[in-house]
Design a protein around this ligand. Structure first.
Ligand code: ATR
Length: 287
């Protein structure tokens, strides 16, 4: 059923470039309908050189707020009035809330990641975790894992200096022991022997890149493999994990939960998670 647009309707948007791939409108419009909220969620193609004007338009059009995706997540930070602790420490925003013209930037990616693990019954508390990649998505995940009380987090990255820089920034955030390692250490059994969660935060698997050089069979049997990518459904990383008979999670769950948290920021009510999950699954099937 299409959303009813009338004089009461208020807009929520998503800023990105490109933006045609986004599945967030399906998920959020289904949620707004289910909760009978007079909101409509639309994709907004924003060229990087227009970002400042687009942020002004949030106020000018009295938008409820926006989601922010590539390539604006980092650049939008300096245009906002207030930031959450996550957004400040990750240097990136994925959700903006318009509080009577005061624009508050938050980052729900890390909390969405934790919520997805919780739904799976996995607690990262006191666990040994390996993150592959040291880009923007690693920051959000790393922040949330430190705050959740993980024991040891190893960041493995092709460019070692980027992993080391992340560690310097996040070292004082919690008790977790943070370590950096180059990509070839994924073949070293010592790196993975105690791991209970291995997360692919790189874009490897999105296109036809080579497999990550990882020896999955050296991980404990119960180790969970999580790929932040949500497309394709079975990334090369997850196929490697399946072949090693390990349990897996893909990025759909994080996408859902970061969206649910954004919904609550805009509406001050709990998100209809089942409705959003069904809408997201449908949207991904038809893409
Ligand atoms: P995002 O914001 O999604 O995290 P990003 O900031 O561009 O994206 O980071 C991409 C990550 O994937 C980086 O850690 C990158 O490694 P480098 O820091 O060495 O560039 C990693 N990555 C991308 N392609 C890769 C490949 N073919 N092999 C290994 N790592 C790769």
């Amino acid at each position: 059923m299409p959303i009813a647009i009338n004089g009461q309707t208020r807009l929520v948007g998503i800023f990105g470039d490109p933006i045609t791939h986004t599945r967030s409108p399906a998920m959020h419009n289904a949620a707004f309908r289910a909760c009978q909220l007079p909101y409509a969620y639309v994709p907004l193609l924003v060229h990087p050189s227009d970002l400042a004007k687009a942020v002004q338009a949030i106020r000018a059009y009295n938008l409820v707020g926006v989601n922010v995706t590539v390539p604006h997540k980092e650049r939008i930070v300096r245009h906002l009035d207030e930031l959450s602790e996550e957004a400040t420490l990750c240097g990136a925003v994925n959700t903006v809330v318009n509080r009577d013209g005061v624009l508050f930037g938050d980052n729900t990616d890390g909390r969405g990641f934790l919520a997805s693990l919780q739904q799976r019954g996995f607690s990262p508390h006191q666990r040994d975790i390996v993150l592959i990649g040291a880009g923007g998505s690693t920051r959000a995940v790393l922040f949330s894992l430190i705050r959740a009380g993980s024991k040891r987090i190893t960041i493995v990255n092709r460019t070692l200096a980027k992993a080391q820089a992340l560690i310097r920034t996040y070292r004082t955030l919690g008790q977790a022991r943070l370590e950096a390692a180059p990509l070839d250490r994924l073949l070293d059994p010592a790196l993975l022997q105690d791991a209970t969660l291995v997360v692919n935060c790189t874009s490897v698997g999105l296109h036809d890149e080579p497999f990550l050089p990882i020896n999955l069979t050296t991980t404990p049997r119960h180790c969970l493999f999580y790929d932040l990518l949500y497309r394709p459904e079975l990334t090369t990383f997850l196929r490697q994990a399946h072949n090693a008979r390990r349990t897996t999670m893909d990025g759909r769950s994080m996408l859902l939960h970061q969206g649910a948290l954004a919904f609550s920021l805009w509406t001050a009510q709990p998100a209809p998670l089942q409705v959003m999950a069904r809408a997201l699954a449908r949207a991904l099937r038809t893409s």
